[in-house]
Design a protein around this ligand. Structure first.
Ligand code: C5P
Length: 257
């Protein structure tokens, strides 16, 4: 099975909302408010370690409170951002274990190596077949954007960081994964190396005029799309907005323009 679940048919399908909270009520409320308005939500280590798989299930099932009679509640799409990094056997097991949460996107660290990434892909294929579902998009983290060239050298990785990003993106592709998480300024180099079908998921997005927070080199949603991003990870500009649904709609409009 090679097809994955997330095809961006509408501009808003490219938006993945980072919900960075340990609070299940807040996450559930946001998920419900945003169902249908965005491509999905991203839950990561903070939420998962506080609430576990059952917490994740509750949040993704939190479709609109009112659904037409006889319709199942809408299900929010899930990017499960747990960044697996361990020996191949353990990562394969971790992938199988989270598959019944129905993630649309799953990720691993590319620096875990080729055997680990191939094991993740095989485990996702196997478990998707076993469950009769479309396999999740499998992506890798290359170099954490919190690391600079000196940090890389200190852990024995050869910089400059952009070269290491491209090296790991190629390896990710060779291992049969679908794409990588990258910053907007890495898009061009990865596209040149990995071609048009490799999925690029880009955080560090700020709508024009919004607070930068701790993002130092943010780009606007439109700039990220024009640069070649496939999906945009947007956290606080939507999740911390007074009206998250309105914020999501405004960004979708910017993407459609
Ligand atoms: O609130 P904000 O839009 O900055 O959130 C961005 C999301 O993307 C957060 O979940 C953050 O952990 C994640 N992220 C990031 N920068 C990276 C990788 C991931 O901001 N380089």
């Amino acid at each position: 099975m090679t097809e994955t679940a997330l095809t961006p048919n509408r501009p808003q399908d490219r938006i993945l909302v980072g919900i960075d909270t340990p609070d299940p009520e807040r996450a559930t409320r946001l998920s419900r408010e945003l169902t249908g308005l965005v491509g999905g939500i991203k839950l990561g280590l903070e939420f998962f370690n506080a609430n576990g798989p059952d917490g994740v299930r509750r949040v993704v099932r939190a479709g609109p409170a009112e659904t037409p009679r006889g319709q199942p509640p809408a299900q929010q799409r899930l990017f499960l951002d747990l960044k697996f990094h361990d020996i191949p056997n353990t990562v394969a097991g971790a992938v199988r274990s989270v598959m019944d949460l129905g993630p649309t996107i799953l990720n691993v660290h590319a620096s875990g190596g080729a055997a680990m990434m191939k094991a993740a892909r095989e485990a996702a294929d196997f478990q998707a077949d076993a469950l009769g579902v479309v396999r999740p998009m499998l992506i890798a983290v290359t170099v954490l954007t919190s690391l600079d060239d000196d940090d890389l050298a200190a852990v024995g990785q050869q910089g400059p960081a952009e070269d290491q990003v491209v090296r790991l993106a190629r390896l990710t592709q060779d291992c049969g994964l679908d794409g990588v998480v990258c910053s907007a300024r890495e898009i061009a180099a990865i596209r040149a190396a990995c071609g048009p079908d490799f999925k690029l998921i880009v955080p560090g997005i700020r709508p024009a005029g919004s607070a930068m927070g701790d993002q130092k080199r943010a780009v606007t949603p439109r700039q990220a799309l024009d640069a070649g991003a496939d999906f945009l990870v947007i956290g606080r500009p939507i999740a911390a907005a007074a009206d998250p649904a309105a914020a999501a709609r405004a960004i979708a409009q910017e993407l459609a323009a």
